[in-house]
Write a protein that binds this ligand. Structure first.
Ligand SMILES: NC(=O)c1ccc[n+]([C@@H]2O[C@H](COP(=O)([O-])OP(=O)(O)OC[C@H]3O[C@@H](n4cnc5c(N)ncnc54)[C@H](OP(=O)(O)O)[C@@H]3O)[C@@H](O)[C@H]2O)c1
Length: 182
């Protein structure tokens, strides 16, 4: 079965963006020359699944940053809302996480980069995330878009490794423990 993988940066108080979606603070630490593993992560996946809000943010970047195919989950926009230059690379979908992963599995995708707070939470709730690499930025922002949310049951994690960098960024890799069959 296709596995989901998270690679994301948060404030120390657990937010991935300010309430208005601003992520400028992520880049205000001096992390020049540090390799946090982002390129290796992108290289390791067959493609990305992201929420529409994350897609909106990426569209505001100067250039489209991905070479791998991207699936955007939305119930409010459709393929016609994707800029023409991206239509070969971006697919809009309205699908539940399990059904989407089963479809990707049939299409030969082995590993998927899952991005966006709401989307990550929904994939976690369905047991579709295998690893999470979380980079904590040394800053408290007080309020914002949370990475994690409510759960019906605990999600036990295995800590694989933590690395710290001169910029103060601390990156931890967790493996989500497979639930024993009841
Ligand atoms: N710090 C970081 O590393 C990092 C990484 C990624 C994103 N971000 C930031 O996080 C913010 C976005 O995160 P977010 O939690 O607000 O939103 P998100 O997860 O990116 O997107 C949520 C949207 O995805 C759609 N969606 C989710 N599940 C769906 C499903 N099963 N089927 C169809 N559509 C589904 C809905 O879009 P519709 O409303 O269109 O139906 C929903 O409103 C942005 O500000 C972004 O810049 C930060």
């Amino acid at each position: 079965m296709t596995t989901g993988h998270v690679f994301i940066a948060t404030s120390l108080d657990g937010f991935i963006a300010r309430p208005d979606g601003d992520i400028g603070w992520l880049h205000e630490i001096d992390a020049a020359g540090e390799d946090h593993g982002y390129d290796a992560m992108l290289e390791s996946v067959d493609g990305l699944v992201m929420g529409r809000r994350t897609f909106d943010k990426v569209l505001s970047f100067e250039a489209w940053p991905y070479t791998k195919p991207v699936i955007v989950l939305s119930r409010t926009i459709d393929g016609g809302d994707v800029p023409a230059a991206l239509r070969e690379r971006v697919r809009l979908k309205q699908a539940e996480p399990q059904a989407l992963m089963a479809e990707l599995d049939r299409n030969g995708w082995r590993r998927v980069y899952v991005d966006g707070g709401q989307v990550i939470q929904s994939f976690l709730r369905e047991g579709l995330i295998e690893t999470m690499q979380i980079a904590r930025i040394p800053r408290l922002i007080g309020q914002g878009v949370p990475l994690f949310g409510t759960l019906e049951e605990d999600v036990p994690l295995e800590h694989v490794e933590t690395r710290s960098f001169p910029s103060g960024l601390v990156s931890s890799l967790y493996r989500v423990k497979i639930k024993p069959v009841q």
